[in-house]
Design a protein. Structure first.
Lengths: 418, 310
């Protein structure tokens, strides 16, 4: 007899509950869950594919640049306003002087494809361009005309070109900090903090995918009874949390490794770029890693509860909840360059988003240490609280077959005392 | 002292009183069978015994090696759930090692324990294949190995014969007898009456969550009030069922046009009955045998198809 949905109710809750954790069982589950989805062969294939794709993208970009540089366009210009247009070859574009009487002949050249365009400047603000196909070089032509017009205006006003250039230079500001200032981390550290935030999102998404597959497949393959007859539910969910969070960390660190190798490769051709690594604030990196780990554990407890409530992953609408953490990251990303605003401050405290927002604030040096510590402790407390509720939902959900639990049922499971 | 004692246990779900005041005990080294139709409360009882759910009322006590407990410890229990399930995407040997480790066996010892069992079940050469590569019957064997590889004191098997062909059913039968001879206590629930009758030392028959009959086969026969099953083969068309309902005959079943089966009460006067049967159509053969578990079961829980057969 299956314990089908219509037969379950609150007082049918499983007996094996939060008995004292057995570290050996915990490690056994964590190891199994990690190795379940970790295959050395697949990891190496992934690296090769990634290198191949990178080479393809880089190679493709270089080929595109080369092909573009080989293109050349000729445009005849009838200049009724005597604009100081620079004739001759400039980049992909060559401007040829033409007279008004040649208009018909040049237009015929355009139509026959012997010329790429015929430009007639009517006033200093208007011009007509005749083409026989979409001009991919129009931006370059615009730039030429803009320069010509500027030169004309400078001449009218008797202003030397060099003077005008000089006025446009930014004022050099020598930035100094007061004795008690919170100085920002170096540009390299900030870049690394941003990279870690992005990588931690990838870690969370990886964890989510594995949690979803792991738990729903165990329910579908009816493994639950076999496992919970041997170990307490709490050990099972904790082992899963550790093992699958290990996957998130692995994903995150793998991308860090790729980034580091990429930076090393770039620094061979551009010596200045190695400064990014040299100026890294390791305390910032450690803080970012701790928040990433905490954030992953937090979201994983949420996912464990959601996945345990799903009966059939093919028909459940709860799969879309996987994008919940992404939502918080999407809110945080626009604030990464200015993390002192009030929204970012709030987000850096919330356990949903502190893994992304707090490292960004730390990188900008605008957050007191006690706030970092308090936010992290809040994250840890939230993990403990979520673990408690998630394990209740997990415990009831893993033996709940036949139909998907309603939100009301999930709420009742969560409230049910151990 | 009983290994397992169940006293006045109740289990109620939203719409069903799945287990209703059930009492029994399981002795060390015996094979104890739980029988009953679908929905009788067998699986609900088993789930309470192994600690997956708790009784609403009543008490379950287990005599562990470490003293009396409310729950069987993981290392002393082997469990084959009715809902068969294995990690389909994992290697067979890895799954067996993992499940043994969960029951407290060290990794190396778990491997050493699993391999001889795979050998015995003819699956040693497939140890490194994924579980999904196995047939349903072979997956059933892997589950059985998972239940007993760590040498539990008590083995709880929910429908151990389902999904097995007759040859493998016999193999499991021999295996369970062998385990019993080595002192393992086995509690099983099954539908295969003939197999249970050959295997079980004591039987608990449940229906609608209640205990209907309980005891050894001879005790069940005595409690059922039935003694013999009489098969009559006629040379001519057999008489109508109603005409065969005579004194001492509890039930009559038709088995084709020329054959009838009579279930006799324990106090039936066989001489008189045979004399009266001789007055009817010509008999080709009369075959008698002690009443089996199948008939006791049908008599106790009722046969929904009985009216159609008559």
């Amino acid at each position: 007899m299956t314990q089908t949905a219509d037969k379950s109710r609150l007082n049918s809750a499983p007996l094996k509950q939060n008995s004292a954790l057995n570290p050996v069982s915990l490690w056994t589950v964590a190891r199994f869950e990690f190795l379940r989805y970790f295959k050395w062969k697949h990891e190496l294939i992934n690296v090769v594919i990634l290198i191949g794709l990178t080479a393809l993208v880089q190679g493709g970009g270089a080929m595109m640049q080369w092909a573009k540089s080989r293109e050349h366009f000729e445009v005849a210009v009838i200049d009724g306003q005597a604009m100081p247009v620079k004739y001759g070859e400039s980049g992909r574009l060559t401007l040829l002087r033409a007279e008004a009487r040649e208009r018909a002949a040049r237009a015929a050249d355009v139509d026959a494809g012997r010329l790429d365009g015929l430009l007639e400047i009517s006033t200093d603000k208007t011009a007509t361009l005749l083409v026989n196909q979409e001009p991919t070089w129009k931006a370059e032509l615009d730039s030429h005309l803009k320069s010509a017009r500027l030169e004309q205006e400078l001449l009218k006003r008797g202003i030397a070109h060099d003077d005008f250039e000089q006025w446009q230079q930014a004022i050099k500001i020598d930035q100094q900090y007061s004795p008690n200032a919170r100085q920002p981390a170096s540009g390299g550290s900030r870049a690394i903090a941003t990279a870690l935030t992005i990588f931690s999102l990838m870690g969370v998404m990886t964890c989510f995918a594995y949690f979803f597959v792991s738990i729903t497949s165990e329910k579908q393959q009816r493994v639950s009874e076999l496992v919970v007859s041997a170990i307490p539910y709490q050990t099972w969910i904790d082992g899963k949390l550790l093992g699958l969070t290990g996957h998130g960390l692995k994903t995150m660190l793998t991308w860090c490794l790729y980034g580091w190798l990429g930076l090393l490769a770039v620094s061979r051709f551009n010596p200045g770029s190695s400064d990014v690594l040299a100026a890294v604030s390791w305390s910032l990196v450690i803080a970012a890693l701790l928040f990433a780990l905490g954030g992953m554990l937090f979201w994983n407890t949420v996912m464990a509860a959601i996945a345990a409530s799903i009966d059939d992953p093919n028909s459940s609408t709860r799969g879309s909840l996987m994008f919940l953490p992404m939502l918080f990251f999407m809110i945080v990303f626009p604030g990464l360059d200015a993390p002192e605003n009030v929204v970012m401050q709030v987000l850096s405290w919330l356990p949903f988003s502190s893994m992304a927002a707090m490292p960004a604030r730390v990188a900008h040096g605008i957050v007191p240490w006690w706030q970092v510590l308090a936010s992290f402790l809040l994250l840890v407390a939230s993990i403990m609280l979520m673990r408690r509720y998630a394990s209740r939902i997990f415990r009831a959900g893993m033996l709940f077959y036949g139909k998907e639990a309603s939100w009301k049922q999930i709420w009742q499971w969560a409230r049910q005392a151990n | 002292m009983s290994l397992l004692t169940v006293k006045g246990v109740h289990k109620q779900y939203a719409t069903t009183h799945a287990v209703n005041d059930v009492n029994f005990s399981v002795e060390p080294g015996e094979i104890f069978a739980l029988l009953g139709p679908n929905g009788a409360g067998k699986t609900s009882t088993v789930r309470m015994l192994i600690g997956l759910t708790e009784p609403d009322r009543g008490e379950i006590r287990y005599q562990s090696q470490h003293g009396e407990r409310a729950q069987i410890s993981a290392d002393e229990l082997g469990y084959l759930p009715e809902e068969r399930g294995l990690y389909q995407d994992q290697k067979i040997i890895d799954v067996l090692i993992y499940l043994a480790q969960l029951r407290g066996v060290r990794r190396a010892a778990a491997r050493n324990a699993a391999l001889p069992w795979l050998e015995r079940f003819g699956l040693a050469d497939r140890a490194k294949e994924k579980v999904s590569a196995l047939s349903k019957g072979n997956q059933q064997k892997i589950q059985l190995i998972a239940a007993l590889q760590h040498q539990p004191r008590m083995l709880v098997l929910d429908e151990p014969f389902s999904g097995l062909d007759p040859v493998n059913q016999e193999m499991v039968l021999d295996l369970l007898r062998e385990l019993r001879s080595k002192g393992t206590t086995i509690l099983l629930s099954a539908h295969q009456m003939a197999l249970v009758e050959r295997l079980a030392d004591r039987i608990l028959l449940m229906n609608h969550g209640r205990r209907v009959l309980f005891g050894s086969m001879s005790e069940l026969r005595a409690a059922s009030g039935l003694s013999l099953s009489l098969r009559l083969e006629y040379l001519q068309p057999a008489p109508a069922i109603e005409s065969l309902r005579q004194s001492g005959v509890v039930d009559v079943f038709a088995d084709g046009e020329f054959s009838r089966q009579l279930i006799l009460a324990s106090d039936a006067a066989l001489n008189d009955l045979l004399r009266r049967l001789g007055d009817g159509p010509t008999l080709r053969s009369v075959h008698s045998e002690a009443i089996g578990l199948h008939d006791i079961y049908l008599r106790a829980v009722g046969n929904p198809y009985q009216d159609d057969e008559k």
